[in-house]
Design a binder for this molecule. Structure first.
Ligand code: DHB
Ligand code: FE
Length: 279
């Protein structure tokens, strides 16, 4: 049987990718941020997952105002890193896992979650920065990746509750896949940040700390946070945090927190990171 053994939450700030790609992680500005991911890379190297599901948001790279899928599951064999304006990141092409991805699509759609299926897509910093943080700079990514893109860019994004429920459906889907696979799931984005308008630069450590606590021990309470509270408390881009709820729903009801890291700032963002193991 396949199983989702662990979840990783992490911010996906594009400047983190630039710092890694340009060999600047030891600089005074960046060192405290990256220090909080060293143990995580070792943990991941020891775990050796067979597949990673990465819940992330596309930032108007693969999608645009033309087509806005709420939940888009990647069923392709590979995904090229996108050129977001400065050339594609120098990271490996992401290999997919079409067999498991199609199984998840069938299982969750018949479970009444109407996903969009994507067979061609380039992936932006939302997906590649978390891979770099957890896998480092290998010649090839150490496992296949199934992208799940969530719309948090154009209102209305899905509710936290819907994200948690989708995570639970993904758990049922993976556990009904008839092959021994050790699967991990990433929830990316957040924490508090606002990139535009009068409150650009907003950071709210109290909200972020409460959210980290709730994700670990009371995900239903985190799922009940309404959109307007994310906007008020965590800034206009804080809504990315609903994606952490998909990750959390895909784990066992109680989890073991293996690692927690919080650092302000990276670019305009409060960086939060958790590693949670299913029980
Ligand atoms: C930043 C953060 C993000 O999550 C993002 O998608 C783009 C930029 C930032 O802090 O610069
Ligand atoms: Fe983002």
């Amino acid at each position: 049987m396949a199983d989702i053994v662990a979840g990783i939450a992490t911010s996906h700030v594009p400047a983190i990718g630039v710092a890694i790609d340009q060999g600047r992680t030891g600089e005074t500005y960046w060192q405290p941020l990256f220090a909080g991911f060293e143990a995580s890379r070792q943990w991941m190297a020891d775990l050796k997952p067979d597949v990673a599901i990465v819940v992330y948001n596309d930032h108007a790279t693969a999608f645009s105002m033309d087509v806005i899928p709420t939940f888009a599951l990647g069923c392709a064999a590979e995904y090229k890193p996108a050129d977001e304006g400065w050339g594609a990141r120098p990271v490996p092409v992401v290999q997919g896992h079409p067999e498991l991805a199609w199984h998840i699509a069938q299982s969750v759609i018949l479970d009444e979650f109407d996903l969009t299926i994507v067979n061609r897509m380039e992936v932006d910093h939302g997906l590649t920065v978390p891979l770099s943080l957890l896998f480092g700079q290998p010649e090839a990514w150490p496992c296949p990746v199934i992208p799940l893109a969530v719309n948090v860019v154009q209102y209305p994004p899905p509710t936290g509750n819907r994200c948690l429920a989708l995570g639970r459906a993904i758990r049922r889907a993976v556990q009904s896949f008839d092959r021994d696979l050790k699967v991990v799931i990433f929830g990316t984005g957040g924490m508090s940040h606002q990139l535009q308008g009068q409150r650009a630069g907003l950071i709210n450590q109290d909200f972020d700390t409460r959210f980290l606590d709730l994700i670990v021990s009371d995900p239903a309470a985190a799922a009940a946070i309404p959109h307007v509270d994310y906007l008020r408390e965590a800034g206009s881009e804080g809504i990315e945090l609903v994606m952490w709820l998909v990750m959390r729903g895909a784990l066992s009801p109680t989890v073991r927190q293996v690692h927690r890291h919080y650092h302000v700032p990276a670019s305009n963002t409060a960086v939060g990171h958790l590693i949670l193991e299913s029980q």
